[in-house]
Design a protein around this ligand. Structure first.
Ligand code: NDP
Length: 303
């Protein structure tokens, strides 16, 4: 995979666009003889970042021929009503995939909501059933961000077999599924994985030997050049809005990796924005198509 900026910069936008086009063609072919895939996106409240993310997801789905529905609910909705609404979506045959935009207001138990979604419609891959299948190396929905990262690594010819990988962050949506994918037995796995978190005592000790470093902590610029080895493949998941009066919007997106000091030592590096982000929404489309395939009785295959 070549890109226009630099041989070293992983161009997630270009890879995302290429894969989106492949999915669009597949959706078209699929929909010639079957009901087109359908994605329902649910948002609670009016958080501007969440609204922008759901807008992006719905527009992308429509663009590639996936039927999409946006359900908007007020921030003060009760947990009971919300869970009941999810149950109705589980029972609705027109809905192949359900995505609930996180975070939810604090009075709604996020984990309860994740577990209320039918595993067969869990296109985000957050359900314990999906995570358990992933841990067992079985076909399942894989969380979109880690899945997108494995696609990027493959596209750029990074062989993970036998490599030392350090992941900073242990969330159920990024760090843990990433570790399961990379330590699993597929051709995008077989790595030796170290997971770090806020209680890790000496972070540099864990990052300095890594062949592949994945930063997913949400701590702007925490990984600096002195913490990585020469030739590292540096993947930045972090996306934090930091104030920036020089920008029209008043903020910029900051990654967890200090790009300027890591870039000279890296063999490959993802920028923020334009690296991992575009892959996340693309993998959601892939998972939705997969949900529709499974719902229409097509053979078992992983995303
Ligand atoms: P969480 O807040 O759920 O998890 C953050 C993880 O990082 C936790 O495990 C936490 O440890 C760990 N951590 C926090 N501070 C440190 C530190 N100083 N040293 C080591 N570990 C630390 O975040 P998410 O996993 O949901 O997201 C992580 C980042 O990725 C965010 O910036 C988010 O916006 C971004 N993101 C980007 C996506 C994309 O498409 N580009 C998609 C999803 C997320 P502990 O468990 O001990 O608290």
């Amino acid at each position: 995979m070549k890109n226009t900026q630099s041989e070293k910069i992983i161009d997630g936008k270009a890879v995302g666009a290429e894969i989106t086009e492949e999915i669009r063609k597949e959706v078209l072919e699929f929909s010639m003889t079957r009901k087109p895939p359908g994605l329902t996106v649910v948002i609670v409240g009016e958080d501007p970042a969440s609204q922008s993310y759901v807008g992006m997801k719905v527009r992308k789905a429509e663009k590639i021929g996936i039927r999409s529905d946006l359900i908007e609910m007020p921030a003060d909705i009760s947990e009971g009503y919300f869970l009941d609404r999810i149950k109705k979506l589980n029972d609705d045959e027109d809905v192949d995939g359900i995505l609930v935009q996180m975070p939810l207001p604090s009075h709604i138990d996020q984990q309860k909501v994740i577990e209320a979604i039918a595993p067969s419609k869990d296109v985000d891959g957050f359900h314990p059933y999906s995570l358990g299948r992933l841990a067992a190396d079985k076909p399942t929905f894989v969380s979109c961000t880690p899945l997108g990262i494995t696609v990027l690594l493959k596209k750029y010819g990074v062989d993970t077999k036998g490599k030392k990988v350090t992941i900073v962050g242990r969330s159920l949506i990024v760090g843990k599924p990433m570790a399961l994918l990379l330590s699993g037995q597929s051709d995008t796995g077989n790595a030796t994985v170290t997971i770090c978190h806020s209680r890790t005592v000496d972070l540099k000790d864990a990052t300095i030997d890594a062949d592949i470093l994945i930063a997913a902590a949400g701590q702007p610029y925490m990984i600096t050049g002195d913490m990585v080895k020469e030739g590292v493949v540096a993947i930045d998941v972090g996306t934090t809005r930091v104030e920036d009066p020089t920008r029209k919007k008043g903020y910029r997106l900051a990654g967890d990796i200090d790009f300027d000091s890591v870039y000279p030592r890296a063999s490959l590096i993802t920028p923020v924005p334009g690296g991992v982000g575009p892959m996340t929404v693309t993998m959601l489309m892939k998972n939705t198509l997969l949900a529709a395939k499974w719902a229409r009785g097509m053979p078992d295959e992983s995303a």
